[in-house]
Design a protein around this ligand. Structure first.
Ligand SMILES: Cc1cc2nc3c(=O)[nH]c(=O)nc-3n(C[C@H](O)[C@H](O)[C@H](O)COP(=O)(O)O)c2cc1C
Length: 262
């Protein structure tokens, strides 16, 4: 595991598409190169590809689970695509997936649709949230690890390295084959003082509606991309909470598996 503690602050730009979600597996030898060159504060590593896809932001001086690596996603492609009506006509639940990856461009679109910033001036999001509280966070689960989506930087931040996909289900085996599961998690801390004025259970209802809006956006984008999705309530809450290092204030609302149709 890459330790941010050992590295000076720097932004590493990579040019290899395969490294996008595999940065944390950089070999020690490669990290030695990184360390050596960080004196210049910015390093370009030409590994094997030709596309500039993302960055790894290493933030020293932050303690605990937040001392992790953020991977930038490519900007979402929003100019073409099928109509909303066509996507709606394709939407359905799928539970049979090929063991094939989704592209970084598709991941970018999916996460932007889930909760990206679509109005930078006001920091408005693609999904509504009650009182604009933004209490629901999107966890990204792949064979590489569990990441947290950060809308402001359109990046994902590693929470735990490893394949924890099956912690997001109580036994539906297709989840372990599909390349991506999103877990929508509400953080009651985000409500601050607002929750005190809400009737009992209202906060949970609002969180659930916000997560539902996110999942529906993702379902439509996936349908437009020809990908399959399945919203799932059957989750091993305890196992996922442990694997994702969820806080006591965080509560799992729903999961959604996304993958390539066979
Ligand atoms: C709140 C909710 C929870 C769901 N949980 C699961 C689940 O745990 N596993 C699963 O395979 N499908 C789950 N589904 C998908 C439903 O089974 C599916 O939407 C329903 O059968 C209708 O099929 P369709 O989506 O293809 O129209 C869930 C759907 C919703 C809205």
């Amino acid at each position: 595991m890459v330790s941010a503690r050992e590295l000076p602050q720097c932004v590493i730009f990579l040019v290899n598409a395969d490294q996008m979600l595999g940065l944390v597996t950089l070999a020690n030898k490669e990290m030695d190169v990184v360390k050596k060159n960080c004196v210049t504060e910015k390093i370009n590593l030409v590994l094997s590809g030709i596309f500039l896809l993302g960055g790894l932001l290493l933030v020293p001086g932050v303690s605990g689970a937040t001392r992790t690596n953020a991977l930038s996603l490519p900007p979402p492609q929003i100019t073409d695509g099928v109509s909303v009506m066509k996507a709606l006509s394709e939407r359905k639940s799928s539970r049979n997936f090929a063991v094939s990856p989704i592209s970084d461009e598709q991941l970018s679109k999916i996460l932007w649709a889930a909760n990206g910033i679509n109005r930078p001036d006001s920091e408005g999001h693609t999904t509504p949230s009650a009182m604009g509280v933004q209490s629901v966070h999107v966890y990204v689960v792949t064979d590489k690890g569990i990441f947290l989506y950060e809308p402001q930087s359109h990046s994902i931040r590693l929470q735990n390295k490893g394949d924890y996909r099956m912690t997001t289900t109580k036994g539906q085996s297709f989840v372990g084959k599909a390349p991506l599961t999103l877990v929508y998690v509400a953080d009651s801390a985000a409500w601050g003082n607002a929750h005190r004025v809400l009737p009992a259970d209202q906060q949970t209802i609002f969180d659930s509606v916000a997560a539902g809006a996110m999942a529906q956006n993702v379902g439509l984008v996936a349908a437009a991309e020809g990908l399959g999705t399945c919203i799932r309530a059957s989750i091993d809450h305890e196992a996922f909470a442990k694997a994702a290092h969820l806080l006591d204030s965080e509560r799992i609302i729903i999961a959604q598996t996304i993958g390539v149709l066979p």
